[in-house]
Design a protein around this ligand. Structure first.
Ligand SMILES: Cc1cc2nc3c(=O)[nH]c(=O)nc-3n(C[C@H](O)[C@H](O)[C@H](O)COP(=O)(O)OP(=O)(O)OC[C@H]3O[C@@H](n4cnc5c(N)ncnc54)[C@H](O)[C@@H]3O)c2cc1C
Length: 409
């Protein structure tokens, strides 16, 4: 029995790992192992191309880290969050900081905390056909939407924010956070998640090739026959014909741009994640070396991160050109050009689904209408309401269980 896994991101690598004892598995990956969770390496350290951290509730990820004997590398640290308003960054972590924040009235803050508590008990699925702007405005008023949610939604979905469902927001708010009185604790693998990718790849074949899939009496991938195919790459890359025959709904994706900078100075004093309310290409500044120790890097490592659409001119602009635009905007927030040591721009055309109205009906099933053709990844159930490393590991495991049930039990 031979299985082809299309895509060497966390979904594909996990599925291959789960199936390696049952059959011969070949993973096809044309770019980098780890996909969106892959890293960029400097001489003395590696760092994720797109910022990454994890949460206490990420059971599948934490189990995998343990299985790969990497648990000692995982650290939980307070990740301080800030909110930029009219050019000023306000920390929003402790109760005192929240009370002091001038962007909202005391009544708005109270309304917001009650909304958070209520959301935990709401059946969010009922709100899948309601738009997020309508839902928030009705429940909390237009003022709170504009002052608080709009910049956050824009930072998370770029210009697609208005498409998102209210169900998504409720489901997202309901995820319990690991809060202390000093702020939220997030997890990170000391010296980078690339260590996880390096360890996961044992026991199966990897081909550094873009997969071309054809249907025959068996499945044919790049000219070779396979009994089954697990497709984990973005759905738009699958092509209309196979997607339609597979009976799978089309899903709209958003794109990511992360401009990564090595710098001699920082932007804020101690904030990891700053949400921006001013309209620039990026919606957030993520100062990695305010989360993990500066000594591990020997310089400050800062992301300027934003979301856009796959057809945006920003996705095809030359790297130097886009870096110039981003650095100019970054200067407005305090990045000193004379302190910048290096700049890299990473872009992902299909970086996550847009959780738009009606999304819950479109979630991709593992088994499709085509026998022997399975799909898993960012549009699978475990990646709702947030696509994540944990969700993709869960999807990889669950699709492997389907294959084992269909062929080996
Ligand atoms: C900006 C950003 C920040 C993020 N931050 C976090 C975070 O803090 N915490 C967290 O848990 N998650 C985070 N994520 C999400 C996480 O990285 C992803 O959910 C997860 O890595 C997706 O894995 P995947 O295997 O499902 O998809 P992908 O990583 O997209 O893997 C799919 C693979 O398929 C390959 N492929 C495409 N076409 C073909 C083809 N024809 N043939 C073969 N292969 C093909 C691609 O090259 C890619 O490697 C973030 C993502 C982004 C973009």
């Amino acid at each position: 029995m031979k299985i082809a896994v299309i895509g060497g991101g966390l979904t594909g690598l996990t599925a291959a790992r789960e199936l390696r004892e049952f059959c011969k598995v070949t993973v096809f990956e044309p770019h980098w192992l780890g996909g969106l969770a892959s890293s960029y390496c400097r001489d003395n350290y590696c760092i994720e191309k797109f910022y990454h951290h994890c949460f206490r509730g990420d059971d599948e990820l934490l189990d995998l880290i343990k299985d790969l004997r990497l648990a000692s590398k995982l650290e939980w640290r307070i990740a301080r969050v800030g909110y930029e308003l009219n050019g000023e960054v306000y920390p929003l972590n402790t109760p005192v900081e929240i009370l002091r924040y001038p962007g909202m009235s005391f009544t708005d803050k109270l309304k917001l905390s009650l909304f958070t508590l209520r959301s935990r008990n709401k059946n969010y699925e009922k709100f899948d056909d309601i738009g997020v702007i309508e839902g928030i405005s009705k429940e909390l008023g237009e003022g709170l939407y504009k002052r608080f949610f709009y910049p956050l939604l824009r930072g998370k979905f770029g210009e697609n924010y208005g498409l998102v469902s209210y169900a998504w927001l409720l489901a997202r708010v309901a995820i319990r956070s690991n809060r202390t009185m000093k702020g939220e604790k997030l997890g990170y693998m000391r010296r980078g998640f690339h260590q996880l990718i390096e360890r996961i790849v044992e026991g199966f074949e990897i081909r550094n090739e873009r997969a071309k899939i054809q249907k025959g009496s068996r499945w044919i991938v790049n000219g070779e026959e396979y009994d089954a195919v697990i497709y984990t790459a973005p759905l738009p890359e699958l092509g209309e014909i196979i997607r339609t025959e597979a009976g799978v709904e089309d899903i709209r994706y958003q794109s990511s741009i992360c401009c990564l900078v090595g710098s001699e100075s920082t932007i804020t004093e101690d904030i990891y994640w700053t949400n921006l309310s001013s309209g620039v290409i990026f919606g957030a500044i993520i100062e990695h070396t305010h989360f993990m120790p500066f000594e591990d890097y020997g310089e400050h490592v800062i992301y300027f991160a934003g979301y856009t659409t796959p057809d945006s001119p920003l996705m095809i602009m030359g790297e130097d050109e886009i870096a110039k635009v981003i650095l100019k905007d970054a200067g407005k927030f305090g990045l000193k050009s004379e302190d910048v040591r290096w700049v890299k721009v990473f872009r992902a055309k299909y970086s996550g689904p847009i959780y738009e109205k009606g999304y819950l009906r479109k979630i991709t099933p593992y088994r499709t209408s085509l026998p022997g053709f399975y799909i898993a990844g960012m549009t699978s159930k475990p990646n709702y309401p947030e696509r994540s490393m944990n969700g993709s590991i869960a999807a990889g495991k669950e699709v492997a269980e389907c294959v084992i049930e269909d062929y080996f039990s």
